[in-house]
Design a protein around this ligand. Structure first.
Ligand SMILES: Cc1cc2nc3c(=O)[nH]c(=O)nc-3n(C[C@H](O)[C@H](O)[C@H](O)COP(=O)(O)OP(=O)(O)OC[C@H]3O[C@@H](n4cnc5c(N)ncnc54)[C@H](O)[C@@H]3O)c2cc1C
Length: 311
């Protein structure tokens, strides 16, 4: 039976969401791969990694219930600012872009190191929320590795956040053949699945507020803006028409800003190499119809045993 959802107001929560901009794998075209077999990212539209939208929605729901602040962090090229803008349109309070040539070519180890350094730099937190998995790299390693590097407990594959109090979180995770409900002390890291919620659409009102926020990240940042204890966390910037736009700006950090060691980020910090990507196309001749008769099935089973596919 589902445990009751706790609606008691606890103190405002400090929530960090990690989001990734990924190639839209649902719209792969002939130009998606280069001749050398690597991904032609320039030819692919990019999207908000789907389960990161679920992580953001879970954070926004917790903020709606308990109050607090939602900080969204992404590591990527300058164009990744797109997912940060969309996060603002959906209700995030502050957004941070980790961008630096030094971050390029990162595997999961280097990615989680940079993200953990950025989370530490952003200040005290109660929960870090990630998607379970990115649809391009697909490893589902970054959340767990980031928790390790932050030294906090993790609950992965969360399909429901049941309760958050001042000191603990209770969450239900999907496991093969059922569900597990776990409790953890705060601070903690959760990875969220698509079962958790239906992400809210971007708000037209917020899109109007943030519409002129620079597509290019702004240089410099204001530490007080990131102070989670500050009552008044608003900062203002001028839009292109000279009007003040308040509440958020794109904070941009390079590896030095997050005190990351140069040899631990990007390609230099990545022991993994993707040597080759193969496009597997199944030819029709490899498919065979089996008659749904006793003889047909017996023949198939015999063949599978012969091929050592069935033991
Ligand atoms: C085809 C392909 C194969 C790859 N194989 C490997 C491999 O075998 N081993 C390896 O180490 N690397 C591999 N990589 C590189 C890997 O994609 C990158 O390290 C990537 O930055 C993170 O891994 P992921 O995409 O698997 O993320 P996942 O671990 O699947 O992501 C889980 C969650 O972590 C968060 N997250 C992940 N990346 C970011 C980010 N940049 N910014 C903010 N939040 C983020 C998001 O919340 C995301 O939902 C591969 C890349 C490609 C394109």
């Amino acid at each position: 039976m589902n445990p009751p959802v706790d609606n008691r107001a606890s103190r405002p929560l400090r929530l960090v969401v990690l989001v990734k901009q990924v190639p839209d794998t649902a719209n792969v075209t002939g130009e998606a791969m280069k001749e050398d077999g690597t991904i032609n990212r320039a030819a692919l539209p990019t999207v908000f990694n789907p389960e990161d939208l679920n992580a953001l929605e879970e954070a926004l729901k917790l903020k709606d219930r308990h109050g607090g602040r939602v900080t969204v962090i992404t590591m990527g090229p300058p164009a990744a600012v797109g997912v940060l803008r969309e996060s603002l349109f959906r209700g995030a309070d502050e957004v941070i872009l980790l961008t630096d040539k030094a971050f390029a070519g990162a595997d999961t180890l280097a990615t989680s190191y940079a993200l953990a350094q950025a989370v530490k730099k952003a200040g005290a937190f109660d929960l870090v929320l990630c998607g379970r998995q990115a649809i391009d790299g697909d490893t589902a390693q970054v959340g767990p590795q980031t928790a390790e590097k932050l030294g906090v407990p993790q609950i992965t594959c969360v399909s429901r956040v049941d309760e958050v109090t001042e000191t603990r979180v209770v969450a239900t995770r999907s496991v093969e053949g059922g569900f597990e409900t776990l409790e953890s002390a705060l601070p903690a890291l959760l990875t969220i699945t698509s079962e958790a919620n239906e992400p809210r659409p971007p708000s037209v009102k917020l899109a109007m507020v943030y519409k002129d926020i620079a597509a290019e990240a702004l240089p410099g940042y204001d530490d007080t803006y990131l102070d989670p204890e500050a009552d008044e966390a608003q900062v203002c910037m001028l839009d292109r028409g000279g009007r003040p736009v308040c509440r958020a700006k794109v904070v941009q950090w390079d590896h030095a800003a997050i005190d990351a060691e140069r040899d631990l980020v990007g390609l230099r910090g990545s022991p993994t190499r993707v040597k080759e990507i193969e496009s597997v196309v199944l030819a029709q001749s490899e498919a065979r119809m089996v008659e749904a008769t006793e003889d047909g099935i017996a023949g198939l089973v015999h063949e599978l045993i012969e091929e050592h596919i069935l033991g």
